[in-house]
Design a protein around this ligand. Structure first.
Ligand code: DHB
Ligand code: FE
Length: 280
């Protein structure tokens, strides 16, 4: 049977991708950020999954205002890095596991999550920057990736409760897949940041660190945080943290926190990163 063995969450700041692509990771500004990912880059070598289910948000790169799905699954055979205004990132094409994706899509609909299925889609920094942070600069990504995009760019965005239930439904779907696959669940985005308006640059380290304290062992404390609270406490883009809740729910009750990292600043964002091993 397939099983979810581990979860990773990380911020997905586009400037981190630019630092990697332009050979700037050892700059004084960036070095302390990349040091926070040394653990995962070593750990993943012995823990490379067959498939990553990657919960992220598109930033109006593939999903413009004409169609705004709350939850969408990338169902193409492959996904190219999106051109976000300065050309496609020089990173590998992302390959899907369409058999597992089809199973998850079907089970999620049975579980009352009516996913939008996207058959042609580019993937932006929300997906490619985490792959670069974990796998480094490689010729090919070493596993398949099923992209699941959560809307956080247009009101109404889904609640933390809804994202938690999505994670639980993904967990149940993976458990009933007959092939013997090692699956990881990743959640990207956050932590506190606001990119525009009079509060641009907002960082709430107290909120972020409480979130990190509770996510591993008391995540139920975080699930009821409302959309308004995210906006008020961690800024307009801080709501990307709901992707972390989906990741955590998909891991089930017990997790072991293998690694935790928090660093300010990276661009306008408080960078957070965790690695959890599933217990069951
Ligand atoms: C930044 C962070 C993001 O999560 C994002 O999607 C875009 C920009 C930033 O801090 O610059
Ligand atoms: Fe983002």
């Amino acid at each position: 049977m397939a099983r979810i063995t581990a979860g990773i969450a990380t911020s997905h700041v586009p400037a981190i991708g630019a630092a990697i692509d332009n050979g700037r990771t050892l700059d004084d500004y960036w070095k302390p950020v990349f040091e926070g990912y040394e653990f995962v880059k070593e750990w993943i070598k012995d823990n490379t999954p067959d498939v990553v289910i990657l919960i992220y948000n598109d930033h109006a790169s593939a999903l413009m205002l004409d169609i705004v799905p709350t939850f969408a699954m990338g169902f193409a055979e492959e996904f190219l890095p999106a051109d976000e205004g300065w050309g496609r990132r020089p990173v590998p094409t992302v390959y899907n596991d369409t058999d597992l994706a089809a199973h998850i899509a079907e089970q999620l609909v049975i579980d009352e999550f009516d996913l939008t299925i996207i058959n042609d889609m580019d993937v932006d920094h929300g997906l490619t920057v985490p792959l670069s942070l974990v796998f480094g600069e490689v010729e090919q990504w070493p596993c398949k990736v099923i992209p699941i995009a959560v809307n956080v760019t247009q009101f109404p965005t889904p609640s933390g409760e809804r994202c938690w239930k999505l994670g639980e439904a993904i967990r149940n779907a993976v458990k009933t897949y007959p092939e013997d696959l090692d699956v990881q669940i990743w959640g990207t985005g956050g932590m506190s940041h606001q990119l525009q308006g009079t509060r641009a640059g907002l960082i709430n380290a107290e909120f972020d660190n409480r979130f990190l304290d509770l996510l591993a062992h008391e995540p139920e404390e975080l699930v009821p945080i409302t959309r308004l609270e995210y906006l008020r406490e961690v800024g307009t883009e801080g709501i990307e943290l709901i992707m972390w809740l989906t990741m955590r729910a998909a891991l089930g009750y017990g997790v072991e926190e293998l690694h935790r990292f928090y660093r300010v600043p990276a661009s306008n964002t408080a960078v957070g990163h965790v690695v959890y091993k599933a217990r069951s």
